[in-house]
Design a protein around this ligand. Structure first.
Ligand code: TRP
Length: 337
């Protein structure tokens, strides 16, 4: 990349703890594919962060690096446009994290609402792994090492961005100039996709996800299991669209918004059966997933190709992150040979 590249820098990432699913697709993957031309985009496979709450399962994290990389490529993230890298292979991030930990208090880490929620969820109340408590500082290292100004993530990551910017201001104050840029969150316009069982969140542990290589049969089964309006008993009854999971999914995936609005009106009036609406969704999801599944299956046959992409991307990112680390060390006035 030449210095003439004026595009805003993006850094985003995922913890490789499982295959990605339709929730990730609407929440982040789709927008990343769109952003890779207008932005200088880097995606981090955050394996080190994943280990902060999976220290008993290194194998799971290692395995899923390849799985998530396959998901990226299958949805159309293009490695010639987007740099994909593996976090644990970027030593500068660790050095930067250690520096940042001096600029953040334990109380502030404990107050981070996402960390708080995750501590509860994981039952860590009594025994919080130190690495876990500190991961917001590590995430600040991720973002700032790339000098990213745009971070496309879900709502749950807003506290991380706030904390990153606090660290940025603290570093800049110490250095005496705007060495690091502040960053902003780029939220996707579709809010969180519920699980097909109607639970608030699509999550692997709840078993309510549709993965990106789901078979036609899986898709049919998931759509058939979706909650609709419990009061819509007969076709001629008026039905409710709000809170009706089938319509929530249609809102996220139906490419024909005009037809969808007509469908909603018809459903509200009565005379439109759940079966018809589900058939439409099933067709849309099958059409969306089929090419992703095919590409993914194809790519999966050649793991060396994927590893090569990860290695090339990581090598590039090593240079970028080391350069920022050196600049910060100099700025802070640390001893250097
Ligand atoms: N915390 C993010 C998640 O749980 C993953 C992540 C790690 C990340 N480092 C990042 C996201 C840097 C954006 C930028 O999904």
């Amino acid at each position: 990349m030449t210095t003439a590249d004026q595009r805003p820098i993006i850094l985003t990432g995922d913890r490789p703890t499982g295959q990605l699913h339709l929730g990730h697709f609407v929440g982040s993957l789709r927008s990343r594919v769109g952003l890779q031309d207008s932005h200088h985009q880097h995606i981090l496979l955050a394996d080190a962060q994943a280990l902060t709450d999976n220290a008993d399962n290194f194998e799971k994290v290692r395995h899923n690096i390849l799985q998530v990389a396959l998901d990226y490529l299958a949805v159309g993230i293009d490695p010639t446009k987007t740099t994909i890298c593996v976090q644990s292979h970027l030593p500068a991030l660790n050095e930067l994290t250690m520096l940042y930990l001096n600029f953040v208090t334990v109380a502030r880490l404990e107050r981070n609402p996402t960390v708080k929620a995750e501590i509860q969820l994981r039952g860590f109340e009594r025994d919080i792994p130190a690495g876990f408590l500190c991961y917001p500082a590590a995430q600040a290292a991720d973002i700032t090492a790339f000098k990213a100004t745009v971070v496309p993530v879900g709502e749950d990551q807003i506290p991380m961005i706030e904390q990153t910017n606090e660290i940025v201001r603290r570093v800049n104050r110490q250095v005496g100039r705007e060495l690091l840029p502040e960053c902003k969150v780029l939220l996707s316009n579709v809010s969180r996709l519920p699980g097909f069982d109607g639970k608030a969140k699509m999550s692997k542990s709840l078993g309510n996800t549709i993965v990106l290589n789901a078979s036609d049969k899986d898709i049919k089964k998931a759509v058939n299991a979706m909650y609709t309006d419990p009061n819509h008993l007969r076709i001629e009854d008026p039905g409710q669209v709000e809170g009706n999971i089938v319509f929530t999914y249609l809102d996220a995936f139906d490419p024909n918004k005009e037809e969808l609005e007509e469908l909603k009106a018809h459903y509200r009036r009565g005379g439109l059966g759940d079966g018809t609406v589900k058939k439409r969704l099933e067709g849309i999801l099958k059409e969306l997933i089929a090419p992703i599944r095919e590409r993914r299956n194809e790519l999966e046959k050649d793991p060396d190709y994927i590893l090569d992409i990860l290695k090339t991307g990581t090598d590039k990112c090593k240079i970028i992150t080391q350069a920022t680390l050196d600049e910060i060390k100099d700025g802070l006035g640390m001893f250097r040979f």
